[in-house]
Design a protein around this ligand. Sequence first.
Ligand code: MN
Length: 156
Amino acid sequence: MTRPTSYQKKRDFSKTPEPPSGGREGKNPIFVVQRHDASHLHYDFRLEVDGTLKSWAVPKGFPKTTKDKRLAVMTEDHPLAYARFEGRIPEGEYGAGTVKITDHGTYENLKETKMATSLRQGHIEVHLLGEKYRGGYALIRMEGKKWLLIKMKKQK
Ligand code: MN
């Protein structure tokens, strides 16, 4: 048996409708934004990197202009299957509240370095190809799990 991931350790899958694992990789990496009405409303931004969803909780949601800088707190990796998850996490469970997909699409890495390297370096630049979110966004690590989500002026 493989060791449980931190995602799995936080959850009781007999109680939550969230997927324990799974999801398939497509041709292009995907992103998803999920509105999560938990104890504090936030938006979860997830990017597919090497078969998992790298995840950030963005309390104030996506920046609307290139002047907005939004705090994005990195959270545990989620399985790819989570990108299709919508539903209600029951009271008393981790992340209790409703999850609704705000946008879903593919993205392109705007940097020459691989996404995994950019993650380690704390500087990601992606071009989102969603319905609501299209264009360049950067994630810059400040300290620890705190990153900033910025809408980029530079486009493809
Ligand atoms: Mn969340």
